[in-house]
Design a protein around this ligand. Structure first.
Ligand code: SF4
Length: 473
């Protein structure tokens, strides 16, 4: 499904590199490969080992950086960020990496995820005299690091990290080193790679492929990596960890060529499609997927069901982003402009349409209508994940209970709303088994909260949307 139409948006991608003379240029390429994780803003901070320079702006990576600007970002260390605007709102000051300069040195920070206790910490910091420059919760970490009583930066970072709750993959850079931290639940993906004598970290491994880095391993929950001119060191800021990777990274967000904890995303999606075919066999003439993220699952379904996979929907690739607006009416118009049915494929056919998820349902209704208008005799909608019934507080913009169609309607009611001939959602167990993580434990290393309502961390009341607060009273 198309991210900007679905109402299910990733908030950010992070990248960091140390020990390469072309650090900023490579960060630029890496950010382009992470562009699907955020299109609202981008930034790079580079370090020579003694001096830090930065450039950031609103828009796509290619819009923010010219070659001239990149040439000014000199040094063998760099951190970069792409941003989707929700937490803290938009605006230049919230584009990351955030850079703080002081007498004792500079600190650049880039964050993927969402802190559930950010507001509580902000109030506490303000009471203690801190003046926050942005509305982004990322800044909280900078203030906590600054205020920590420890002598050395690493101990201050460790101490500050223990105060955070929620999802965070942080890359932090001073003039002399890069520090990388992942929250105790490992909610967001973060991988470590090697490039020449240097190291790189990225939200997704597709960033390594584009710069020629070699994947080493995932960063572990509760781990703090310190990378500098002496090499790399792994330390822990906590041992109280419980891996709960965001399942939607496998289902929908990550690029199909990325691997998460050694599992290729395209292959996982194909298995989700196969599992869907095993759980819901149905007679049909063609299987089609909603581009781009559902194509792998559709291929998997088609293979397992022995029904031809066809390109029943195509994406109009050259529609500008500005056409896609966040209002309902314009979002629906956006669907029309972004996707087209292939009449020659669907006319007179019973079509299985595989999609990765349903959030509000309006996009699904529009696509079903589109296929029927193009002559499909039946449209059976197969969703390669379970119904999303609960909002996400960990950096994914899944709106509120109120906006989630599955929180208020049964599967049959949703079927009627979207006008499909049948509608099926993959089971939670089927999804977890198909993804195939080797973890033990009830959730097999997954966060499943948007499906099950069981959140892996405490949720603070002020994290909730006003409507959600009413619900909890
Ligand atoms: S609640 Fe859902 S979208 Fe949010 S982190 Fe968990 S699995 Fe991912």
């Amino acid at each position: 499904m198309l991210a900007e139409l679905k109402g299910l948006n990733e908030e950010c991608g992070v990248f960091g590199i140390w020990g390469h003379e072309q650090a900023a240029q490579l960060t630029y390429y890496a950010l382009q490969s992470l562009q699907h994780r955020g299109q609202e803003g981008a930034g790079i901070v580079a370090s020579t080992g003694s001096e830090i320079t930065s450039h950031k702006g609103e828009g796509l990576v290619t819009e923010v950086f010219s070659q001239e600007q990149l040439d000014q970002l000199v040094g063998h260390g760099a951190v970069g960020h792409v941003r989707y605007t929700t937490a803290g709102g938009g605006g230049y000051e919230n584009v990351q990496p955030l850079l703080f300069r002081s007498q004792t040195g500079s600190l650049a920070l880039a964050h993927n995820g969402n802190l559930v206790n950010a507001n509580a910490l902000k109030h506490q910091l303000e009471r203690q005299g801190s003046i926050l420059q942005t509305t982004s919760d990322t800044e909280v970490l900078a203030h906590l690091i600054k205020r920590s009583g420890y002598e050395n930066v690493k101990e201050r970072v460790k101490n500050a990290l223990t105060m955070l709750k929620g999802a965070y993959a942080f890359v932090i850079m001073t003039e002399t080193e890069l520090m990388v931290a992942l929250d105790p639940n490992g909610l967001r993906p973060l991988s470590l790679g090697q490039i020449g004598d240097g190291y790189a970290v990225a939200s997704e491994t597709c960033a390594f492929d584009i710069i020629g880095a070699e994947y080493i391993r995932s960063v572990e929950p509760g781990e703090l990596l310190i990378i500098n001119d002496d090499g790399i060191r792994s330390e822990r800021f906590t041992y109280a960890t419980n891996r709960s990777i965001c399942t939607m990274e496998y289902v929908y967000f990550s690029r199909p060529d990325s691997d998460i904890d050694g599992i290729n995303v395209h292959s996982a999606r194909k298995r989700l499609g196969k599992q869907l075919a095993a759980e819901f066999p149905i007679e049909a003439d063609v299987v089609t997927g909603v581009p781009d993220s559902s194509i792998s699952a559709a291929i998997g379904y088609a293979e397992a069901a022995n029904i031809p996979y066809e390109m029943g929907l195509i994406k109009n690739r050259y529609i500008g982003r500005t056409f896609i607006q966040p209002s309902q009416e314009l979002r629906e118009q956006g669907v029309k402009m972004k996707l087209s049915p292939v009449r020659g494929v669907v006319e007179g056919k019973r079509v299985i349409m595989v999609d990765d998820s349903i959030v509000r349902g309006t996009t699904s209704r529009r696509i079903v209508n589109m296929l029927k208008d193009a002559g499909a005799t039946e449209v059976h909608v197969m969703i390669s994940s379970p119904p999303i019934k609960n909002p996400c507080f960990y950096g994914i913009d899944t709106s509120t209970h109120e906006e989630l169609i599955a929180s208020k309607n049964s599967v049959e009611e949703i079927r009627q709303i979207i006008g499909a001939d049948s509608l099926s959602f993959l089971s939670v167990e089927g999804m977890v088994t198909a993804i195939g993580r080797p973890d033990s434990g009830e959730n097999k290393g997954h966060c499943l909260a948007c499906f099950t309502g069981k959140y892996p961390t405490e949720i603070y009341p002020d994290t909730l949307h006003p409507y959600e607060k009413e619900l909890t009273h």
